[in-house]
Write a protein that binds this ligand. Structure first.
Ligand code: GYE
Length: 333
């Protein structure tokens, strides 16, 4: 029995380390050897994981879903992936069905921050580890095991820093916000506003929600142009898709995006690099969607009762027009 457990443990750890080496940052490396060898351990092919995805609103989200599915296939993990089509109630239903199935680990990217206490308490009661992947939820710390995802406040600060540089600290900005009540919308807005206080010459003229969707970004930007016209100097789009929509609206209005109106967005998807090369987008702040390897590595640790850090953050950069052509071939999403 002991020999079998030891063998399984070695297989599990060698796979984990391979992933960590490819994926960059790793959860608590010290935790990897923490549990005693005679404890019942699981390997990837034995894991059953349920993941409650938000939907397919953006290129970021599609890349995120692909990363989760591809990693599950590579590792041989049984994955039950549900698509909530942007509805919190669908995510809650999916989580309840994962509990009923008795999966080993549950993952969710909460579409909005609030309203999770009850269902997360049910997951805890069932003794199933819960991973918040990408977006966070506004719940007490004991209601989930770990969050893997970006620092949205820092992304907002970086976006503001880029805007201040592009406008030389002087000008009027409009904001295209993501899904109302979602963690990235709240965090990016907070970070942007916080950093704006250092630039008294910059004002926010108006904000509208484009739901992280390209067509909505275009619609809202067209409406903002009808209202504020040429007094808009800069657009902060809370994701690339909305910035790409805004670019179309600005062109249709007869102005040159990237020149007459500076544009900064977040995600760093390939289409944003193409827009920077074309001179239409000025900068994008990276938010890494390729979280599949970190997600399953962490799931395996949790299924084996190995401690992990409470918040695992991917390493991310800022990209501008001057390096976009050189970077594009290296982009993986
Ligand atoms: O920036 C946006 C997506 O939650 C970080 O959701 C994610 C955001 C991402 O739809 O494009």
């Amino acid at each position: 029995m002991k020999a079998l457990a030891l063998y399984r443990r070695v297989i599990a750890l060698s796979m984990v380390w391979t992933l960590a080496a490819c994926g960059g940052s790793s959860p608590s490396a010290s935790g990897a050897t923490a549990s005693p060898l005679d404890v019942q351990t699981k390997t990837y092919p034995e894991l059953v994981v349920g993941f409650a995805q938000i939907g397919a609103e953006s290129e970021w989200r599609t890349a995120n879903t692909r990363s989760i599915q591809d990693t599950a296939n590579q590792l041989g993990v049984e994955l039950d992936l549900s698509d909530a089509q942007q509805q919190q109630e669908n995510q809650i239903k999916a989580i309840r069905s994962f509990i009923a199935q008795g999966v080993d680990v549950i993952g969710v990217s909460p579409v909005v921050e609030t309203g999770w206490d009850e269902v997360f308490a049910e997951v805890k009661q069932a003794g199933i580890p819960l991973i918040l992947l990408d977006r966070n939820a506004d719940v007490p710390d004991d209601l989930y095991s770990v969050r893997i995802g970006s620092d949205f406040v820092e992304e907002g600060r970086r976006a503001c820093g880029e805007m201040a540089r592009l406008l030389d600290g002087q000008g009027s900005i409009v904001i295209l916000e993501g899904t109302q009540g979602s963690a990235p919308m709240i965090g990016r807005g907070t970070g942007f506003q916080e950093c704006l206080r250092e630039y008294p010459g910059l004002q926010v003229l108006d904000s509208q929600s484009g739901d992280f969707i390209r067509a909505r970004g275009k619609e809202e930007m067209a409406a903002l142009l009808r209202t504020h016209g040429r007094s808009i100097d800069g657009v902060f789009a809370q994701n690339d898709d909305m910035a790409l929509g805004a670019i179309e609206a600005i062109e249709e209005y007869g102005l040159q995006p990237g020149i007459d109106i500076k544009i900064v967005s977040i995600d760093a998807v390939r289409a944003a690099f193409e827009a920077m090369i074309a001179g239409k987008l000025n900068a994008t702040i990276e938010c890494n969607p390729l979280l599949g390897p970190l997600f399953f590595e962490t799931a395996l640790h949790l299924a084996n009762d190995t401690p992990v850090e409470k918040w695992i953050k991917p390493i991310e950069g800022v990209y501008r027009q001057d390096t976009a052509a050189q970077e594009l071939p290296r982009r993986k999403y």
